[in-house]
Design a binder for this molecule. Structure first.
Ligand code: ATP
Ligand code: MG
Length: 389
């Protein structure tokens, strides 16, 4: 009888041949997250992953937070493994497990069994009834409630047998790095980190690009984006953050385009730069935190005028149908909100016009841009001078 952590992953199980690829990716990210905990090892079990501690002293408080948040994990269950898969051993161990965890309490319970091992002589109902009856007679304070019990004791029969009674939910989705790569334009705001999370949750590997405008934006503003990226990496595993010096591009646009259109040109320049980096790093799409109608630069007309800045790649906007409140709720759930609301200036707000145009015409924008002869050079330079974290 050994303390273990069962890791459940949902969608992966349905993905045919890709399943092994995805399982292996999940194992890699778990191993990476347990990097400094040498005693822990990860194993494949039928339809589950299994984390074991070689010393036998499983520290759940330390290990669970490092695993439960990884994208692709549906839930983790601290429990015990029984190598000897006989009904006698299951019964006795289940009773010992219940006594250890719930002695002295008055509780209702039921036993539920998953039998993946079809050779086991009893079926799942028989096992549940047998184990449930044994516990009921062997321990005080318990009664059975099959509809709404305080405790559901799970018995799973796979290569070994597993017993557990608590389940801590994860985010589900797919582990990052199983569906190609995208480049996220990440400001220090609330929206784009959420957009990055949503993209990674579909298995897409992400890189992030931040446009930095010193001295208009501070060291602290940059640190905020680094902190956000670090937080996201809890869910995704490691990824690259590119810090792009954007001051020169910004000044050039400020001096050469009509003030009410500056935001549109700035966004287009960001898209162009991000696309250049994306193409150099084998990324297949760009991602922004836009949601329709939030601000002047996110009307349908503005989005259309900005979109054509990308010549080869698709721009994904995973938040396009979200209300602000929905985005905030998700930001809180993934714990980026508190970082995002720290009050450091961002490069878009430094040059906000008094009266931004809300319905720019794409043809006019493109015509003006075709006369910005220096722009491409400045973008190339910014791109070349990026720092990778
Ligand atoms: P966010 O909360 O993500 O900052 P927002 O609602 O403030 O978004 P905007 O400031 O108009 O909206 O930005 C729209 C999108 O443009 C952002 O979600 C992000 O993808 C991108 N973006 C804006 N500023 C930057 C920046 N400094 N670096 C990288 N991307 C940026
Ligand atoms: Mg912003």
């Amino acid at each position: 009888m050994e303390n273990i952590l069962l890791v459940k992953y949902g969608e992966i199980a349905m993905r045919g041949k890709n399943r092994y690829l995805v399982e292996n990716q999940l194992i890699r990210i778990i191993i990476k997250n347990l990097e400094y905990l040498d005693d822990y090892k990860v194993y494949k079990e039928q339809g589950r992953l299994l984390v074991k501690c070689e010393t036998g002293n499983f520290d759940y408080d330390e290990v669970i937070p490092k695993i439960v948040n990884i994208l692709g994990v549906v839930a983790v269950c601290p429990g015990i493994e029984l190598r000897e898969k006989t009904i006698e051993n299951i019964r006795n161990s289940a009773l010992r497990y219940m006594k250890k965890n719930y002695s002295g309490k008055t509780l209702t319970f039921k036993v539920e069994t998953k039998r993946s091992d079809k050779k086991f002589p009893l079926d799942s109902r028989e096992i549940s009834a047998d184990v449930g009856g044994f516990i009921l007679h062997g321990m005080d304070g318990l009664s059975v409630d099959v509809h709404n019990p305080d405790i559901t004791l799970m018995v799973e029969l796979r290569n070994s047998a597993y017993i557990y009674s608590s389940l801590i939910k994860g985010f589900g989705g797919l582990p990052m790095g199983t569906s190609g790569k995208a480049t996220v334009l990440m400001s220090g705001g609330i929206d784009s980190p959420v957009a990055a999370f949503m993209t990674a949750k579909r298995g897409v590997e992400i890189d992030a690009v931040y446009f930095d405008s010193p001295p208009h934006t501070s060291e602290r503003a940059r640190q905020k984006v680094i902190d956000l990226a670090e937080k996201l990496s809890l869910y995704t595993g490691k990824f690259n953050l590119y810090i792009v010096p954007f001051t020169e591009v910004q000044h050039y646009l400020y001096n050469n385009v009509p003030p009410e259109k500056i935001t549109i040109f700035l966004k287009r320049a960001m898209i162009k730069t991000a696309e250049k980096i994306a193409l150099e790093t084998n990324s297949l799409a760009l991602v922004t935190g836009d949601s329709i109608g939030q601000v002047a630069s996110q009307t349908m007309q503005a989005i259309n005028s900005i979109n054509s800045a990308a010549k080869e790649l698709t721009i994904l906007r995973p938040l396009c149908g979200f209300d602000k409140q929905e985005i905030v709720d998700l930001a809180k759930k993934i714990d980026t909100f508190e970082i995002s609301i720290q009050p450091y200036e961002d490069c878009c707000t430094v040059f906000v016009p008094k009266h931004p145009e809300t319905k720019p015409k794409k043809s006019i924008i493109e015509k003006i841009e075709s006369r910005l002869y220096e722009l491409d050079n400045l973008i190339s330079k910014a791109c070349k001078n990026r720092k990778t974290i």
